[in-house]
Write a protein of this length. Structure first.
Length: 332
């Protein structure tokens, strides 16, 4: 296993979930393929520690993600979308030392100081028809690249695709960080990684232009302690703060990319139920926790009852169960 080989921790890594048993089906080009790097003259060589960690990916593995690296960008999601428009292959990753205009859910700014975190965006080319279950199929073809298979009509829709990919990313990244650090990383609905309610990482999945030919999964992970803005200082943490020592960013990044490849393979293979089950097991606050939110009727409170198969948060309010698909939810 990559992180064990990198000696990030001496403790034994937890066993992989059976859902990871699929083999990544698409052979990717070598790291740093020239035509993608040349599209952005400001890109820089992949740092040696990261290049070495990526080279240690399992022998014989087809997971060879293409990485384009930057010292600083406005948003890695924006760069990844531009690369996707240039036919960047599945799992192309944009990594930056700093973001000057990183973003999270609901239009919020993602604090991305230089050298303090992993700021990564991954190109996914869905073709996830089996993951969406029964229902009429629509095949979209917009420009270069493979066709995207979606569902419409009375069955599950393309909206479920984004939800499932977001849930899959949460599982993939939580598993990877757990393997590399042995920290008790949990998921908080809809897209945060937390330790004891302190935010360690955030995930943002976007379908630029709403065409669904590709998706961009952005991932910001706090590696080192930083001077967090006052509004998040008491709610944020980092791997360094939790471990009491530094971590191997290269090993963590490589493990995240490999885990993402394996879990998206599970989704492609129609194993959405296994992904949802693993998400639920990693998200204890999604059941039995008191929360509050605001809807058209005003402030509301209730107790979480898990998520449904579309990724919506279920909250019991008296005799009724509310289904929350978006917006701000506060854990009490």
């Amino acid at each position: 296993m990559l992180c064990a080989a990198a000696a990030v921790t001496k403790r034994r890594a937890p066993a992989r979930s059976p859902a990871l048993g699929t083999t990544h089906s698409t052979k990717h080009e070598a790291l740093g393929t020239k035509h993608l790097s040349e599209a952005f003259p400001s890109s820089i060589p992949v740092p040696p520690d990261i290049a070495e960690a990526l080279a240690r990916l399992r022998p014989g593995s087809a997971v060879r993600p293409e990485v384009v690296y930057f010292a600083s960008v406005a948003s890695t999601n924006d760069i990844a979308a531009r690369l996707a428009e240039r036919s960047a292959p599945q799992l192309t990753a944009v990594v930056a030392e700093q973001q000057t205009a990183g973003r999270g859910r609901l239009g919020r700014t993602w604090f991305s100081p230089p050298g303090a975190g992993l700021y990564v965006s991954i190109v996914l080319r869905p073709a996830l028809g089996p993951a969406l279950g029964p229902g009429p199929i629509t095949v979209l073809k917009n420009g270069p690249g493979p066709m995207t298979v979606l569902k419409n009509g009375p069955g599950p829709t393309a909206g479920r695709l984004v939800a499932l990919v977001s849930l899959t990313a949460g599982v993939a990244f939580a598993e990877a960080v757990r393997v590399c650090t042995q920290l008790p990383v949990a998921i908080k609905w809809p897209n945060d990684l937390v330790i004891d309610r302190r935010k360690l990482a955030g995930i943002l999945t976007e379908a630029p232009g709403g065409r669904f030919e590709y998706l961009i999964v952005g991932f910001g992970l706090n590696l080192r302690s930083a001077a967090y803005p006052p509004e998040i200082a008491d709610r944020a943490t980092s791997i360094e703060a939790e471990l009491g020592r530094s971590s191997d960013r290269g090993a963590i990044l490589a493990q995240c990319l490999e885990s993402m490849a394996l879990w998206t393979d599970a989704l492609r293979a129609g194993k959405a139920d296994a992904i949802l089950d693993r998400w639920r097991s990693l998200a204890p606050s999604a059941r039995g926790a008191r929360v509050e939110w605001t809807d058209a009727a005003g402030p509301r409170e209730g107790v979480t009852e898990g998520i449904d198969d579309g990724g919506a948060l279920l909250v019991r309010t008296g005799a009724a169960v509310e289904r929350i698909i978006a917006g701000e939810v506060k854990w009490l």
